[in-house]
Design a binder for this molecule. Sequence first.
Ligand code: 9MR
Ligand code: 9MR
Length: 756
Amino acid sequence: MPARLNRSAQSMRTAMLLLCLLGGSLAAQAPADSAERYPLSFYQTPEPGWSKLRLEGEVLPDNTGFRIHDIEADAFDDAEQFRVDSIQTLPYGDKLISVTVEVGADHVPLWDNKLLQFQVNGREPEVWVDADGTPDFELDMGGDGKGFIPAEDGTYRFRLDKGLEDLRFISFMTAGAEQYDATLRDIEVTVWPEEDTRPRDYLLFYNRLGYVEDQRRWVVLEWQEDLEVDALPVTLRRAGGSEDNTRFEASAEPYAGSGRRQDLLDFGHREETGFYTVIVPEAGGRTRHTTATFQVREFPEPYLEHRDQAWGAFHYVDSAAYEGAHEQDARARVFGTDSETMDIRGGWYDAGDYGKYVVNGAWTVALPLLTWLMVPEVLPEEIEPLADRNPERPATLDLLKQELDWLLTMQRDDGAVHHKAASAAWPPLTDSPLDDDRIKWVMPISTTATANFSSVMYMAAAAYRQSPLSEDHAQADVYEAAADEARAFLLAHPDMIMIEDRYDNIEYGGPYADYDDTDERLWAEVARLWVEPDDAGSAALFARLLALTEEPRLGDAVPDWRHVNFLALFNYLALPQVDAEQRAQLLAAVEDNFRPLRQDQLAHPYGLMYAGLEDGFDWGSNGVIATVGSQLLWLHHLTGEPEWYDAAFDMSHWFFGLNPHGMIWTTGLSRHQVQAPHFRPWVSGTVSNPQGLIAGGPNSYELKGDMAAQPYFDGPPMMVYTDHQDSWATNEIAINWQAAWANYLSLLTGLSEQRP
Ligand code: 9MR
Ligand code: 9MR
């Protein structure tokens, strides 16, 4: 793959150049006498965010700062992340922050002379540049672009953005050292206040790909916080035609999900296709005349392009696409043994990291496999790019085979399946697949990995038997035998076996740990029926599935890699041999389960049913939405009921711009798309311009030390998102949400009655 300077690196260079230019002239303009000073105080003990169990923090007795030091005497060749809250409102205007640093007498830096990477609100600020253009000091730069304060006593000054009006916390990453010991004190912000006259647009959120004539159509207008008027005239104009005028009254209460006041412009009554423009005029203050133009079509053609990109994007996580990378996986070490190794080459990288995890890998292939078994015609005939394409094989089966065959490598002789394979430490974000030569550890087995494995192998056996290739029929037998062995292990071990989150405080990649394997085991029991065409399942099995329909959200707190009751249910509903009456009873019960959710959705300004627990947004919320969308579309296919198609369609607007960020959640050529995903092949410049990768999305649930998203964490759930490469909790790409997304779009376009 060509290693070119990618788009984000280019724009970063331009931004840095601009900042340098600005830095100089801004400082020169700022008259010292009008300055206001804001000393920060600290009351909380600085807590280590990455729990490395080495460095500890304490607040100084006068609350002007804090000290961080190592509790052991030997070298600590690793980083830790600390965050210290200090909430301070600041006026608009040029500003600098200064910090006095004292290095302990016994501190010996290990990474050149680096001490710590200083951050404000989770962002590394620029070094302050004096009026004559002299920088205050020089950062000690790491290979990954992070700038460190050197391990030298002194006062260090940084420039803050003029618009930074809400300082929430100081954070920093420590550099490796022997007897780490740093004190930060007298942290103070200086501001040269000025009036904020920057003109701003109204916030109009709409589906940037346009709308479809027989579906609900609406636009959300968010009120700017400082807008003084209580009503706004809004015009809806059809190109070459008529015009509607409405007045929007400001709603008194902000919408809880986004924390902003808003109005919905419903234009469902406009029946003609064509181009429409929403116009909001200037109403005094800084907010200017704003328009939004979109097309209303018979069929959403642009969705097809996104569907194809969504499948094609698997190429960028395919280990086979990076020739020569991860050859060490041929001899991955089996954890807990002296020298045993396994060959676990192949398959997909899980996400922005290079780990490979069975629970998630199996989940990822399950969605498209089920669609393939149910309605293969909705899946694309070609997937591009695709390594080792065999044109004789249906494209989806060709794609999934890479991962299925990798899953086989993770099975133990007794049928149990290893939970995951990952390097002990996370590779730096700037490591390309070829740079990462860390050995992988094959971690212990688990019953969730074994059950998920068994399920997808049964599904795969049924699917590949329908391939036109005879080699696939032979492979189907291999899949079935592997599924049987895994099942035998599960039957012999009825209690859950789960791996640890960490071993000796080392992560070995993502945990994918679970506290309950009953749903995984249930799914495996149902999936076996794909290879037992004469067996419709026991009465007990049917009763368990029916009972799920009595529970909220079909028994899954959130349908994701951890909660798979829905996979058991929909597999059963899709089985050809199931008794018609039982299927009808179960389907009716699933529909009843969705009815209250549909009501919630109709009242939701962004057209969602849910994206996490209650009103929260989960890690990978975009995947949750696409999974609910997939459920609705399977349900529509099985019942023929248009309401479920419409419900799934309503969610599509969220993905294409009708969200409080105005974003299209995939990577691509538009500036409204994701610009800086947490994805090592991208950050390292190994891939250029991959399109169609979907970001995890807002995550109000858990940040796991993600400082980039931290400033938003206490705010409304939908706002906990940042398009920043360091935001692994909100902006990472991952195979599970990629599959949910691609599957959802395939069903949505494929099941449309307007299909061209
Ligand atoms: O890059 C890692 C990402 O793929 C994971 O989703 C995330 C959550 O476990 O962790 C990221 O790695 C970070 C780690 O958790 C803490 N140290 C910094 C790592 C970022 O490079
Ligand atoms: O999707 C996972 C999410 O449900 C967890 O809360 C989170 C923290 O454990 O991890 C997510 O999965 C990440 C995995 O641990 C490592 N590879 C990247 C995955 C996506 O962020």
